[in-house]
Design a protein around this ligand. Structure first.
Ligand SMILES: Cc1cc2nc3c(=O)[nH]c(=O)nc-3n(C[C@H](O)[C@H](O)[C@H](O)COP(=O)(O)O)c2cc1C
Length: 305
């Protein structure tokens, strides 16, 4: 028997394969395609203190190897998530992590505080890739000091395990990972989307109103894997690997690089049943290779230079 369970920050997850924020709706949508109770954890679409209508169309385009999105963090707001979504998720024996963000530090505190008495929520994942309007739209997460400030404020306001979700749009991720670890993060999610852009040569205009957009999917996997390896060497808290995972083999690469768990994102948009396959493929690999616990391979290449 292969034991795929993973304990992180005091929570037992059935397996290390989670649904990445924004790619599986609020979770309830996935029920039509997948056994929600099979996945390690569901991470809901990011919510802010107030609902957001997001960016104008187009919001997603395909590139030859991944997708560019400029959703603009559209969401139903924290109140509706608590009133409408959590009672639905209550029906399933699945770990729930809520992804949150704010326009400023008070916004993060406000949304985090709303979960103080929500026992259905196992942890909060803090999206640090949001634009810091005051600083000209540069993501909060590019600054270790602000990342740490937001993390400790959310820990205090929510009293929940806090997973800091890091942006890959930095030269060096290690100081940011260390800063959030010191600020009380229970884990780090690595990574969010990479900044990219696309131009429509017919109109001679950028496709997206904001010009740049977030690149995700198989195109970013090698870069994300490198960030996970660098982060796992820098911190002691668990690293949750994200970026272009579409198969069990992809997930195993992240686990061998030091990830305690992984998230499947864009692949859900292609096949909403993919997470189930990823779990089965990891299990098959372990059976074939005589691995009874993922601990045996987790981080096995972490120290290699
Ligand atoms: C359509 C879409 C919406 C997303 N929304 C969020 C979000 O609300 N919060 C967040 O932290 N990340 C969000 N992400 C980022 C993903 O959770 C993930 O970090 C990223 O897509 C990289 O993983 P992937 O290559 O497997 O998609 C979104 C990604 C996509 C494609």
């Amino acid at each position: 028997m292969v034991d795929l369970s993973v304990n992180m920050f005091g929570i037992d997850f059935k397996n290390p394969v989670f649904a990445a924020s924004g790619t599986a709706g609020y979770g309830i949508e996935l029920v039509h395609y997948i056994d929600l109770e099979k996945i390690g954890a569901l991470i809901t679409k990011g919510v802010s203190p107030k609902p957001k209508s997001g960016n104008p169309q187009p919001r997603i385009i395909e590139t030859p190897s991944g997708i560019l999105n400029s959703i603009g963090l559209q969401n139903i707001g924290v109140k509706r998530l608590i009133d409408e979504v959590l009672p639905e998720l209550e029906k399933y024996d699945t770990s729930v992590i809520v992804n949150i963000f704010g326009d400023d530090i008070d916004g993060y505190i406000n949304v985090a505080g709303a979960f103080l008495n929500e026992d259905r929520v196992d942890a909060l994942e803090v999206n640090l890739s949001c634009p810091n309007v005051k600083e000209g739209g540069i993501a909060f997460g590019r600054d270790p000091k602000i990342s740490a400030e937001i993390t400790s404020a959310v820990v205090e306001a929510s009293q929940k395990p806090v997973i800091a979700k890091l942006t890959p749009n930095v030269t060096d991720i290690a100081p940011i990972a260390k800063a959030v670890e010191e600020a009380g993060a229970a884990a780090v999610s690595v990574v969010n989307t990479l900044l990219g852009m696309a131009v429509d040569v017919e109109t001679r205009r950028p496709y997206f109103k904001n010009v740049t957009a977030g690149l995700s999917g198989p195109a970013i996997r090698p870069v994300a894997l490198r960030f996970v390896w660098e982060t796992a060497r820098a911190v002691k808290i668990p690293v949750i690997g994200i970026g272009g995972i579409t198969s069990g083999k992809d997930a195993l690469e992240f686990i061998m690089a030091g990830a305690a768990a992984v998230q499947v994102g864009s692949a859900n948009l292609v096949d909403p049943g993919v997470i189930s396959n990823v779990i089965d493929e990891i299990e098959d690999y372990c059976t074939k290779n005589g691995i009874s616990d993922l601990k045996e391979i987790r981080g096995i290449i972490k120290e290699e230079i």
